[in-house]
Design a protein around this ligand. Structure first.
Ligand code: CP
Length: 348
């Protein structure tokens, strides 16, 4: 199938793209990774600037974007919200402390070639979907592509890196059992973006996607529907279970991580309920990925995590540092996968 040019398109959610478009960006990332390994200079984004605007902490995302654009001949300008007039939606503005989001988007669009944003959590009072709405508003106002470096619904850059890693390790996803599982952590302050994006990519290529979570940790029904629509179209299957052991049995990929209950996050009509989150979390402390549960998986299965991980809670050191773990390859692939995305949407 012919893929029309993606030049200038925002990269906000995996579900905004067709399967062919995702493959095009992934292939570009693989080609750039190979050229890097061969030491071939590929300054395909020579003299281009991206702005990195962070409303939340990061190790991997910031450094993989900064290094990636530098490899391609361009430049990254790092912005934190305390160093600029915080971009604000109409109605949320404070004189000389914030600046209308449209004004920021328009000004940065005059200087550079892409605007990358991470926004989630405290900056939107943990109101589910508010950060995603902000991301879309920024993209609508900007005249250059906006790249989502993680909001409260999507982490598409992580999804692309996860897809690249699974393909490298397994060859193909067709017929493979891919398990996305909740795991316990004492930290409730996390988004649900990673499992959403992992579901979106793994459901495109014929895998048997299993989503395991205790009752109360269901994901956004719209994201589940998207994954189910994908498997109906492209093959494979999608099942949901509250049995972690059953899910891990004969798995080829396991991706256990913590996320909060969407029900008890903030919503337009109610505030986040941390007490209810605590109760639900405390009732499920046994959801840990250890060597015992890994023994249920296939011999060559891979253990994945987006990092940072909560060792001793989500996973034991023996698994995180053990023979199934691909976490550092996965982290490395953030850079290559993002280079692929930037090369396509900023260049054509
Ligand atoms: N996986 C990920 O997004 O890592 P950072 O939070 O360190 O950017």
């Amino acid at each position: 199938m012919q893929v029309k040019s993606l030049r200038g398109k925002d990269f906000i959610a995996i579900s905004d793209f067709t399967k062919e478009e995702i493959v095009t960006m992934l292939d570009a990332g693989k080609a750039l990774k190979l050229e890097n390994a061969r030491g071939v200079p590929h300054h395909i984004l020579q003299d281009k600037t991206i702005f990195l605007m962070f409303y939340a902490k990061s190790l991997r995302t910031r450094n993989s974007f900064e290094t990636g654009i530098f490899q391609m001949g361009g430049h990254a300008n790092f912005l934190t919200t305390d160093a600029v007039y915080t971009p604000a939606m109409p109605g949320k503005e404070q004189a000389y402390a914030t600046e209308r989001l449209e004004d920021v988007a328009n000004v940065l669009s005059r200087y550079g070639e892409a605007i990358c944003i991470r926004i989630l959590g405290d900056s939107v009072d943990w109101v589910y979907g508010a950060a995603s709405e902000y991301m879309r508003a920024f993209a609508a106002a900007a005249s250059v592509p906006v790249i989502n470096m993680e909001d409260d619904v999507y982490h598409p850059c992580q999804g692309m890196a996860d897809l690249m890693t699974m393909e490298e390790k397994l060859g193909t996803l067709e017929g493979k059992k891919v398990v996305i599982s909740w795991a316990y952590s004492p930290s409730r302050k996390k988004p649900v973006s990673v499992p959403h994006s992992m579901m979106a990519v793994s459901s495109l290529f014929g895998a048997h996607v299993v989503f395991a979570r205790p009752k109360g940790f269901e994901l956004d029904p719209r994201q589940i529907k998207h994954a189910k629509d994908n498997v109906a179209r492209y093959g494979g299957s999608f099942t949901e279970t509250d049995d972690m052991k059953e899910a891990f049995k004969d798995a080829d990929v396991v991706y256990p991580k913590c996320w909060p209950s969407i029900e008890f996050l903030g919503h337009p009509d109610k505030e986040v309920d941390w007490k209810a989150q605590d109760k639900l979390f405390d009732a499920n402390k046994d959801w840990i990925c250890d060597e015992k549960i890994m023994k249920l998986t296939n011999r060559d299965s891979i253990y994945m995590h987006c990092l940072p991980m909560d060792r001793s809670f989500e996973v034991t050191d023996a698994v995180a540092d053990g023979p199934h773990s691909v976490i550092y390859d996965q982290a490395e692939n953030r850079m290559h996968a993002q280079n692929g995305v930037m090369s396509i949407i900023m260049n054509g």
